[in-house]
Write a protein that binds this ligand. Structure first.
Ligand code: HEM
Length: 472
């Protein structure tokens, strides 16, 4: 394995590096393409550069496209068959086919009207009660996901189905963290009886497993009931159920794909929109340029739609920059070597966990000069059109690599674009004196900590125009 920063050769670091944003870049500068660090003595391969990611994670995806098996998460909490976790290659292929069927380049646009409606509503809510801007964005993303997948209209973020799904996401961050569960280090402990002193992880696993089951089953069963009664609305679950009838892929597969849209896409999309707000506060001149583009191209009568994206290169570049500047998942999701590979003279053994250092890739000055700065211009040519050759232009580095690349990236980019332009079109955002933007570090999505913002309508009548566009 390649060298790395192992202070104590045998035990190594006790936990993943935290804060990663400082260390991740330093590591890439010091060790180059690939390196190793250790958690509880277990080696983890870190892929630091885009070149190494292209070679290892993209070209050799058959060897590097696994997920590291974790007893707590996969066995005790029952997530081994989750699209994000599975190592069953034929099951994974089925998931990817179904995701592509409903959220691929030709189908994801069916969600645009819903995405536009809910993000406009969020813009309105932010204008009306700016102190809850984080919750408004999360509500919008939850409403999009639940209506898109199950045809369910979510009115509030405290809806019981949303709460259960959110609980699952919070718990996932804890059960996936390497080195946190003794049973991941000594797998035989899973055979202990659950009353055994110190075996609390067994009881936790049982409870989490039941809740995960309910999260993917309850809304699915509701759609099935509605289908039987003839009242089901068009939604991804209905399309997937029809596909199931043809292809016989099994109901469980459909349930996992359905729940994967929220579990994979909710926190991440909301985090990216929160990052967008933070960027607008920190870079008022970018905000003004985007608003000038909206005034020139769209005008003030109707807010923009997702069909307008092609006519709005500056706003499109702004979305690419949001994903690059503060990638939501700075180490993507850990991959696992499924076969031995030789790379640059090193033997990378089967079973090794791989972290893609997306953070360092997005900070690589060779690709992104002044990388710490939020500059949508880096995505634009002199004539104001989008450049095609900036790394991550087609698919952002923030969406990961190889056969594990995020299957929801069309939906995600549309969420961010729709949210960004609805807010920019209607509101002027500013940073109150003394407010600092700080970032949540850790194993979940990277996002700004809650912050205060000031907001006012861009012109008299902006609120009414937004309302009218919602038919209210
Ligand atoms: C800004 C929003 C999003 C970001 C930054 C993001 C990022 C990622 C990343 C980095 C991965 C792991 C890729 C890898 O292992 O190399 C991933 C996987 C995944 N994402 Fe997303 N994602 C977002 C939104 C979504 C949405 C909207 C969905 C809805 C379908 C989704 C569903 C998934 C699923 C199911 C996986 C697991 C894929 C697999 O293991 O094969 N994500 N995402």
């Amino acid at each position: 394995l390649p060298p790395g920063p192992n202070a104590i050769p045998l035990l190594g670091n006790l936990a993943p590096p935290d804060p990663f944003r400082v260390l991740g870049k330093r590591w890439a500068d010091e060790y180059g393409d690939i390196m190793t660090f250790r958690v509880m003595g277990v080696p983890i391969l870190v892929v630091n550069t885009r070149k190494a990611a292209a070679e290892l994670l993209e070209k050799r995806t058959a060897s590097t496209g696994g997920r590291t098996h974790q007893v707590m998460c996969d066995e005790l909490c029952g997530l081994a068959s989750d699209p994000l976790r599975t190592n069953d290659l034929s099951l994974h292929r089925q998931y990817r086919r179904l995701f592509n069927l409903v959220l691929g380049p030709r189908t994801a646009s069916a969600a645009w009207p819903l995405q536009v409606r809910e993000t406009r509503r969020a813009a309105l809510e932010i204008l009306e009660s700016p102190s809850q801007h984080m919750e408004h964005l999360r509500r919008a993303i939850a409403a999009i996901a639940f209506e898109l997948v199950y045809g369910l209209k979510i009115k509030s973020y405290s809806d019981p189905m949303v709460r259960l799904a959110n609980l699952g996401i919070r718990r996932f961050e804890t059960i996936i963290k390497p080195g946190s569960w003794i049973v991941d280090i000594i797998p035989q402990l899973r055979h202990l009886p659950d009353w055994f002193p110190g075996a609390g992880f067994l009881r936790i696993g049982k409870e989490y497993k039941a809740d995960y089951f309910a999260t993917r089953t309850l809304p699915y069963e509701q759609v099935k009931r509605e289908l039987a009664e003839g009242t089901a609305k068009p939604c991804l679950a209905v399309t997937l159920i029809e596909e199931e009838e043809k292809e016989k892929c099994g109901e469980d597969v459909i349930k996992w794909v359905g729940s994967g849209v929220y579990s994979g896409g909710a926190d991440s999309s909301a985090a990216a929109l929160q990052t967008f707000l933070a960027a607008m506060l920190l870079y008022p001149s970018v905000q003004a340029k985007a608003q000038a583009e909206l005034d020139n191209i769209i005008g003030r009568e109707y807010p923009p739609t997702l069909e307008d994206r092609e006519r709005l290169p500056y706003c499109t570049a702004l979305v690419s920059e949001v994903l690059r500047w503060q990638p939501v998942t700075p180490v993507a999701l850990p991959h696992c070597m499924l076969k031995d590979e030789i790379y640059n003279g090193y033997l990378l053994p089967k079973g090794t966990t791989i972290l893609a250092n997306v953070w360092a890739m997005t900070r690589d000055e060779r690709d992104f000069p002044n990388a710490d700065e939020f500059q949508p211009e880096r995505w634009l040519a002199e004539d104001g059109k989008l450049k095609e050759d900036v790394p991550g232009r087609k698919i952002s580095l923030a969406f990961g690599f190889g056969r594990r690349i995020c299957p929801g990236y069309h939906l995600a980019e549309a969420n961010i674009f729709a949210g960004a332009v609805a807010i920019l079109w209607s509101a002027v955002l500013s940073k109150p004196e003394g407010v600092e933007i700080e970032w949540v570090e850790g194993f979940g999505p990277q996002r700004p900590k809650d912050f205060k913002l000031e907001v006012r309508p861009r012109w008299d009548g902006a609120i009414e125009a937004l309302r009218a566009s919602l038919g209210e």
